[in-house]
Design a protein around this ligand. Structure first.
Ligand code: PXP
Length: 242
C-alpha cells in the first residue's frame, strides 16, 4: 500500500506569518526520504496554504515519486494543471467557507462537465482520480466519466464514535470492493490519524492513502521525517508488509 503525504499544512504555518518558512517543498523532500510514495498538495482557489509558486517548485523538485494535485474542477485549475503537469490530479469539491474538504465530489451531478475536463487532463498525460463518498453510484459515475481512480472519503469514518465507527468502516470496505470489482483503482483519505489508520490500511482493495493533517501536526513534536516514517510503518504493519 502506498502513502501519499499531503504537505498543505506546512504552507498553512508559513502563511500564518506570510513569510518564507517552513517551506513545503523542503517538507516534500523530507517526506520522500522518510518513505512517502507520493506527494499530495491542494491548490485551493483562495490560496490559503499552497501558492502557485510552490506548485512550480514542487514540479521541478519532485521527480522520483508521483506528484498528486488536488483541485476543484474549475477552468482556472485545469489550465494550471495542464501547464504544471502533475502526475495525477484528484478532483475535489471546494467551498470557500469550509475549514477542510467537507464531502465527496458529486460526480453524478456534474457528469457532462467532468467528462470533458477529464478528457483534457488525460490528453495531457495526467491521470485523474475523483474524491467521492463511499457510495456505489458515485463510483459508477466516476468510471463513466473516464476517471482512472476513485479516492474514498474517510472523513465520516474518522469522525464516527461508538458503534458508528464499525458501520462507517464497513461502508468503506464495501465501496472499495465494489470499485475493484468494476476495475477502477481505489484510494482513500481524509481525517486519518495514527490511531485510526490501521483498519483502513488493512482493506486489501485500497491501494493508496493520502494523509496530511495528522502527519504535519505530529511533526511539530517528532520532526517530519519521524512522523512520515511512523505513519508508513503503521500502514505496512496493517498490511503485514513488514
Ligand atoms: N485526500 C483528499 C482528497 C483531501 O482533500 C485531503 C485534505 O486536503 C486529504 C486526503 C488529507 O486529509 P487530512 O489532512 O485530513 O489527512
Amino acid at each position: 500500500m502506498k502513502l501519499g503525504v499531503n504537505i498543505d499544512h506546512i504552507a498553512t504555518i508559513r502563511e500564518a506569518r506570510k513569510t518564507y518558512e517552513p517551506d513545503p517543498v523542503k517538507g516534500a523532500l523530507i517526506a520522500q526520504d522518510a518513505g512517502a510514495d507520493q506527494i499530495t498538495f491542494h491548490l485551493r482557489e483562495d490560496r490559503r496554504h499552497i501558492q502557485d509558486e510552490d506548485v512550480i517548485r514542487l514540479r521541478c523538485t519532485i521527480k522520483r515519486i508521483p506528484l498528486n494535485m488536488e483541485m476543484a474542477p474549475t477552468e482556472e485549475m485545469k489550465l494550471i494543471a495542464i501547464d504544471v503537469k502533475p502526475d495525477r490530479v484528484t478532483l475535489v469539491p471546494e467551498k470557500r467557507q469550509e475549514i477542510t474538504t467537507e464531502g465527496g465530489l458529486d460526480v453524478l451531478k456534474m457528469k457532462v462537465y467532468l467528462t470533458s475536463l477529464i478528457g483534457e487532463l488525460k490528453e495531457n498525460d495526467i491521470k485523474v482520480a475523483t474524491f467521492i463518498d463511499p457510495v456505489e453510484k458515485q463510483i459508477d459515475a466516476s468510471i463513466e466519466i473516464g476517471a482512472d481512480a476513485v479516492e474514498l472519503h474517510t472523513g465520516e469514518y474518522a469522525n464516527a464514535t461508538g458503534s458508528n465507527v464499525q458501520k462507517e468502516l464497513e461502508r468503506i470496505k464495501k465501496a472499495a470492493k465494489y470499485g475493484r470489482e468494476k476495475g477502477i483503482s481505489v484510494f482513500a483519505g481524509h481525517g486519518l490519524t495514527y490511531t485510526n489508520v490501521q483498519p483502513i490500511a488493512a482493506i486489501e482493495e485500497i491501494e493508496e492513502l493520502n494523509i496530511g493533517h495528522s502527519i504535519i501536526a505530529n511533526s511539530v513534536f517528532w520532526g517530519l521525517h519521524e512522523a512520515v516514517y511512523r505513519m508508513k510503518k503503521l500502514i505496512l504493519e496493517a498490511r503485514k508488509q513488514v
